[in-house]
Design a protein around this ligand. Structure first.
Ligand code: ADP
Ligand code: ZN
Length: 525
């Protein structure tokens, strides 16, 4: 009997009529024994790239995955398709583990998922040598390969030891997979996993079915409520918050408002986390309010929205988190509220931690790229892809900037006023006080510091409070002002602000949309 073709298994086992994009080339390459590095966005269909060759090749395919919580789901799904799949990790009882181990040694498995720490145990590696000599090893798949990168927040030290697979099993093909595409991470994966000879398969990272929107933060909760009511009344989605406390509070608040919302963060006990995750995955219309601890590897195709109430830490983070929406290819929303307070608190958080200086510098740069994205006036799809080194023609018709083009205005003079106000007040005050000074408000603080004597006092009355806040936010986002963590969020000038103050550089800012129901008199227009 001729061995079945890839196409046949795709159809008969997985029930798909065709390969997607790069899948076929990857499957063929790995099946014929080549190493591969696969960069594919979340939802692109990475699993098939190792599952299918594991079935086509002789022996068992070993899948290394850091996501213990999700192995069960993946194995269950494969079993339903009639594939002999199992997993080995610390969650398994001793006799169940023995059983799986026996099946591995007997050649009674097509695919085995293993946690890296288990795989790396000396006796497990020796057992694999016996398997290779006996029933055979089809391949090694290294899932979530970006976990080797110490710059990413998913760093797993054990991943660095996975080169042992190459050393001890040079004849077994390896396929490393990740949805994290930026060039430094990619280089690190190649280097750390000894994949210099591997063929790289890079898919497009565009997610055309996701509509990206960044809303200016006025009252985040009410904005979220309105977003849910008008667009996602019965849909499953994820609401990301920065802190555990905010997750708990937001989930409780949504519940109070009648939404089926659950919290998820690393501070909850494992049983609650699992129960909540299970409900989110299995039931319809559950809203998961979560920190970034939630989501890696989550395979729920019909997540209709991802909302950010706080800024993610980087473009990579934003892309990953929003990428959990719309994996079924149907329209989905990535919606974020963002304001000056977020910029300040995120800068403070990143600068104040215990991390070494170099790491902080990298993290602040990553944040700056994200702020650039938030303030961008160009197509969001284009801006995201450009960050990952990919071209996009723009004009997607699927993002806020394309749907309602943003106006920009020459803000050179207001920017000079704003910067000079920072300078005259001694580079240690926050934005609320700075705006009071510009507007000429005789507040207690103004009087305490005698700021009504300054030449900048009251020179900014042509703009409203909201407009000044927009100016400051954009100046900080553009790096013309820095947040001083010693001075509790006071603003300081940067090197970049000098040419503006000297009148050598123009400043163009985006004109923020007016918050919907707020009535106020603007003297500027
Ligand atoms: P990733 O691991 O890249 O995030 P998955 O492997 O979980 O993505 O696949 C995402 C979704 O796409 C899954 O629901 C999967 O069943 C589906 N899928 C994968 N390949 C195909 C295909 N060739 N045709 C149709 N659906 C597919
Ligand atoms: Zn667009």
């Amino acid at each position: 009997m001729p061995s079945p073709s890839a196409q046949q298994i795709l159809h008969d086992v997985f029930g798909y009529s065709a390969f997607r994009d790069e899948q076929q080339a990857i499957v063929e390459h790995v099946t014929s024994g080549g190493d591969a590095l696969v960069l594919m966005p979340t939802g692109g269909g990475k699993s098939l790239c190792y599952q299918l060759p594991a079935l086509l090749r002789h022996g068992v395919g070993i899948v290394v995955s850091p996501l213990i919580a999700l192995m069960q789901d993946q194995v269950d799904a494969l079993k339903q398709l009639g594939v002999k799949a199992a997993f080995l990790n610390s969650s398994l009882a001793a006799d169940a583990a023995r059983d799986v181990f026996g099946r591995l040694m007997r050649g009674d498995l097509d695919i085995l998922y293993v946690a890296p720490e288990r795989l790396l145990m000396a006796n497990f590696l020796s057992a694999l040598e016996q398997v290779q000599a006996g029933p055979g090893l089809a391949l090694f798949a290294i899932d979530e390969a970006h976990c080797v990168s110490q710059w990413g927040h998913d760093f797993r030290p054990e991943y660095r030891e996975l080169t042992v697979l190459h050393e001890r099993f040079p004849a077994v093909p390896r396929i490393a997979l990740t949805a994290t595409a930026d060039a430094p991470t990619r280089r690190e994966i190649v280097e750390r996993l000894a994949l210099e000879q591997a063929h790289q398969f890079v898919s497009s990272f565009d997610r055309p079915n996701i509509r990206y929107r960044v809303a200016l933060k006025a009252n985040a909760r009410n904005q979220l409520q309105a977003f849910l009511e008008t667009e996602h009344a019965n849909d499953a989605g994820i609401v990301y918050c920065l802190s555990r406390k905010k997750v708990d509070e937001t989930a409780a608040w949504l519940k109070e408002k009648g939404w089926d919302a659950l919290p998820y963060h690393a501070g909850l006990d494992a049983a609650t986390r699992n129960a909540n995750q299970r409900r989110f995955l299995r039931e319809e219309g559950v809203i998961m309010v979560a920190t970034v601890a939630f989501g890696m590897g989550i395979d729920k195709p019909n997540v209709r929205f991802v909302a950010h109430l706080d800024l993610p830490k980087s473009m990579e983070g934003y892309y990953q988190e929003t990428g959990r929406a719309g994996r079924d290819g149907l329209p989905a929303d990535a919606w974020m509220t963002y304001g000056l307070g977020d910029v300040v608190s995120m800068r403070q958080m990143l600068s104040s931690g215990d991390a070494p200086a170099e790491r902080k510098r990298v993290e602040l740069q990553k944040l700056d790229a994200l702020l650039g994205f938030c303030e961008a006036t160009a197509c969001r799809h284009q801006t995201i892809l450009r960050y990952f080194g990919e071209e996009h023609p723009g004009d997607c018709g699927q993002c806020d900037n394309c749907l309602e083009p943003v106006d920009t205005w020459d803000a050179t003079q207001p920017a000079q006023m704003a910067l000079s106000c920072v300078f005259r007040t001694g580079q240690r005050f926050g934005v609320v006080h700075l705006i009071d000074v510009l507007l000429g408000k005789a507040t207690a603080k103004v009087e305490q510091f005698n700021h009504q004597q300054l030449t900048t006092f009251g020179i900014g009355q042509a703009l409203s409070q909201t407009q000044w806040s927009s100016v400051y936010r954009q100046l900080v986002a553009a790096g013309l002002l820095n947040v001083d963590i010693e001075a509790y969020g006071g603003l300081r000038l940067t090197e970049e602000s000098r040419p503006v103050l000297r009148g050598e550089q123009e400043v163009w800012l985006r004109r923020d949309a007016e918050p919907a129901k707020k009535s106020r008199t603007s003297k500027a227009e």
